[in-house]
Design a protein around this ligand. Structure first.
Ligand SMILES: [Zn+2]
Length: 277
């Protein structure tokens, strides 16, 4: 029998040519609607700087350097920023009408290499967004495969990298949702008993936002929530941080919400977010 991890399906094997997003640059991959075949798993390749036009970025000395790089990259992808109202802009001779249905979320991993450097993975985006309920999503693959550290086919290809931050874009400046936090909690549980928790110091989720419109994409900040990997204490209260950056590049942080989570056997944790007034 072949080892299971040899059958992981790289998202990069999907053909972007047949997509509804012909304008996506190399390094941005579509996450298909259908579940992978049994025994397969979608994964993002890394690092992003193996793809044009991202060649010069990374590795980064700190995770914050990687975050500062990732934010404007994700926010400048097509339709990453959207106001809930319809916007009309002029592109040459033609009027471009964008509605909420066009808004798109993008997601990626910031991970640490065995050398202690930080890298941004390639970026994923759902093949289709939900236009019936208007919910935005990015079904982030849970694994990164960095070919430099996936040399031994008898071992899991991501055993030598450490997952640090799941990052994604929000089309408006909204805080993290219970779905976002549920994702990272479930993943933390999964990582706990695996190779990946060796040397793990934190695991968190970030949602980037822009106060601009679809015509002027930029990074204005992000919401961040960190969990320690040994999180088991139900009484623990944790805070969502909001980081903002001004035009001079100065970052500021304030706490905007508390989060409570309760674990139940065999189910997603119950999450309660209480925003500060
Ligand atoms: Zn989100």
């Amino acid at each position: 029998m072949k080892p299971r991890y040899l059958r992981w399906l790289l998202a990069s094997l999907l053909a972007p040519g047949c997509s509804t997003h012909p304008e996506l640059p190399e390094g941005v991959l579509l996450i298909p609607e259908q579940e992978p075949k049994p025994g397969y798993e979608y994964a993002l390749p890394g690092p992003l700087r193996t793809a044009e036009p991202f060649k010069t970025a990374g590795p980064f000395k700190s995770y914050f350097d990687a975050v500062q790089y990732a934010c404007p990259v994700l926010m400048s992808l097509p339709d990453a920023t959207m106001t809930p109202r319809t916007s009309i802009s002029r592109r040459g001779n033609h009027l471009d009408v964008r509605t909420w249905d066009d808004s798109t979320e993008y997601c990626a991993w910031i991970y640490q290499t065995p050398q202690g450097q930080f890298e941004l993975s390639w970026i994923g985006t759902n093949e289709r967004q939900d236009t019936t309920k208007g919910r935005r999503k990015c079904d982030m693959p849970r694994r990164v495969i960095d070919a430099r550290y996936a040399k031994d086919p008898s071992l899991p290809p991501d055993k030598d990298i450490t997952y640090v931050l799941a990052v994604h874009s929000h089309p408006t400046a909204n805080t993290l949702t219970d779905h976002d936090i549920g994702y990272i909690l479930a993943l933390g549980h999964k990582l706990k008993g695996s190779f990946h928790s060796v040397g793990q110091f934190k695991l968190g989720i970030i949602a980037f936002f822009s106060n601009g419109t679809s015509g002027s994409p930029r990074c204005d900040g992000f919401f961040q929530y960190d969990i320690p990997l040994d999180e088991t204490d139900e009484s623990t209260t944790r805070k969502i941080q909001k980081w903002t950056v001004d035009t001079a590049g100065h970052w500021e942080m304030k706490e905007v919400a508390t989060v409570h989570h309760k674990y139940r056997e065999n189910s997603m944790p119950y999450i309660q977010i209480i925003e500060f007034p």
